[in-house]
Structure formats: C-alpha cells, structure tokens
Design a protein around this ligand. Sequence first.
Ligand SMILES: Cc1ncc(COP(=O)(O)O)c(C=O)c1O
Length: 391
Amino acid sequence: MTIFDKFQPLAEARRELEKSASNFFNVVLEEIVSGTEAVVNGRRMILAGSNNYLGLSFDSDCIEAACRAARREGTGTTGSRMANGTFSGHVALEQELAEYFGRRRAIVFSTGYIANLAILSTVVGPGEIILLDADCHASIYDGCRLGGAEIIRFRHNDVADLEKRLGRLEKRKTNVLVVAEGLYSMLGDRAPLADIVALKQNYGAYLMVDEAHSLGVLGDNGRGLAEEAGVEDGVDFVVGTFSKSLGAIGGFCVSNHPELDLVRYASRPYVFTASSSPSIIASTRQALEILRTRPDLRRQLWQNADLLYQHLQGLGLNVGPEVSPIVAARHENKKDAFALWSGLLERGVYVNLVLPPATPDGQSLLRCSVSAAHTREQMAHICKSFTEARV
Ligand SMILES: Cc1ncc(COP(=O)(O)O)c(C=O)c1O
C-alpha cells in the first residue's frame, strides 16, 4: 500500500474522460492576445469562459499602473501583511474600498480564496454556527471548516429552508452567521438577498455575502447584489475578489463592524501568507477607479450577456434560471457536454467544461461567461459556433 493508492479513483476518472475529450487536460493558453483572445494548442481562440467581466486585465491604464509600481517598489513584498508586507498601496486600496462600499473598515487579502478562509475561520468558531447556501464556493466551505464552527447547509436559494433552520437554531442561543453569494458562479443566478436580510434581522443572525461574481456587474455603482437589492445596510460582511471584474488577483472584506480590524491579528490566512505584490495592488486600484466611473462597461457587459443567454435558450439548451454574464448550458450526461465543448474548441471558442462534483445537482456544465470587452464580431462568432456545434 502507498500514499498514492487513494488517487486510483481519480486516475480512472481521468482515463475515462480522456477517451471522450482527449484535449480536456492539456488546454494551455500559450499566448495571450487580449482580454478575450488567446492561442490555445496553436490555435487562436475567443475566450468565453473567463471571469474578466469588464475586460480590465488588458486595460492600458491598469497595465501602466502595474509597471510603474513594479519599477518603483519591486516585483514582490516578500512578506506577510503583519511583517514587512504592508506597503502604502495596500493601505490606500483598503481606504478606497471602504469609501467605495461606504463601510467603516476594509481588509485586503492575497486572493479571494484567502479572504473567505480568513473571514470565515475567524469571525465564527467552535460553539457558533454557520448556515450556508449549499451551492456556495469551495473557498467558503474550506473557510468554514478551518474555523471549527458548526456548519449547516440550507437548500440553494431556498428562503423557506433557511427560515426553518434559523427557527430550529433559536433555542441553541448562539451566534449564527448566514453565508450566501451575490451571483452564483456556476449558473449565474442571484441570491434572494432581500429575503435573506429580512430573515437574518428577524432571527438576530449575522450575514456575509461573497460578491465575487457580482462586483462591477450588479448595482448602479457596481457594488454588487446588495446594492442592486437595496439591502447593503443588512449585510455585515461583504467579501470579494480582484480576480474577476478587477482583472487581477487578490481579495477583500468590507464591514461596518469596527472589529473587522481585529481579524488581522487573529486570522492565520492573513498572517501567514505573503501580501500581494505592488503591481497587483496598483492595477487593482486603477481598475477599481474604472469600475466606479465607467458604467458604460457594465451596460456593454449586460448587452453581451443578454445576447448569449437568449441565443443559447433559443437553441433549446438548458440554461440557468436568469440572464447573467455567466451563461451555463446544463447537460444531464457528460458525453453531450464533452461533444459540445469539443465542437466549440474546434471552432475557436473556449468555454469552461465543469463536471460533477464541482457542479450543482450533479450535472455537467458548459460554463460560458461574457465580457464587456467581447466585440460584436466575437459575440456573433460565439453564437454561430454554438449553433453549429450543438448536438
Ligand atoms: C464565489 C467565489 N468566491 C471566491 C472565489 C475565489 O476567488 P479567487 O480565485 O480570486 O481566489 C471564487 C473563485 O472563483 C468564487 O467563485
């Protein structure tokens, strides 16, 4: 017996997948042409599965800001936020985030994954309870486990199920943190946030919302679902990432609870990892400025979202429940999903193929996402490719 024996089921699953989609495991973006195009396996492809919602990964001002910061401050901080890794840029970005969200406190983390780990493992712990939407992202689950709080799931977007569970927990007389996302990353559906906020207030719980996919996408000012739903005051902690609409990498949490600052001292994922490099912080600050001041990008994003959603729906594909920049085509069986994914690849369109157990309800998903930077011609090509490759 070896330590690798437990990988056998994985190895078998991979062999099986390779039979139907040999190219599944060797997609490498060999050359990045723009925020929406890359050379994959020697072929130029339209990227229709990234999370580059506003197309800012190739914004010239963001790139310039990153280059200037690297020249001025070096390529990395070589230290954690608690040691020598807090540069003036990190502090400035925290202030800008706090201002943008209208919150008293903000913390910047090295990734969105780490932001969830840091907040969830610290603000609730043993003896307390986390009630999370069953479709929450893996980083939320991992953060919950790390802190040792009791974890209870409620059915995805099911307010009645959440209320039933909150009711049962009342007699336990302990702190409860409810966790939901803004836009869910696989199907692009929104949380019923106004109802969730009403419940958390009724039951005296706390609420954390991960706006990873909704920052820059929802709300008149792009602050996410809480802004769109008009319930920002009811959300205790907003978590998000820089790796999607801000086109970089990193994460954050904002809150009106002044105690958020104490997370810095108590949170292992904050203390024991290196802080983001100066170039990342600089491009993110620039991207946040663009996100704030360019609502036209959001409008373009939604035009593209609407176009793709309606097209796939018209083709009879089983898309998610509402129009969103994340457009998922659900398939009961992996083979059909592979066939469509490969057909798109052959036509120069790259989307994400997501397989169970990473998907809701055990379905196989072609997860597409659109960007404000997709041109009219690119959108037309994506739609045409779906029509042709549809099996
Ligand atoms: C809902 C959600 N939260 C957090 C993360 C993690 O963010 P990052 O990849 O920036 O670490 C993701 C990543 O896809 C996500 O979808």
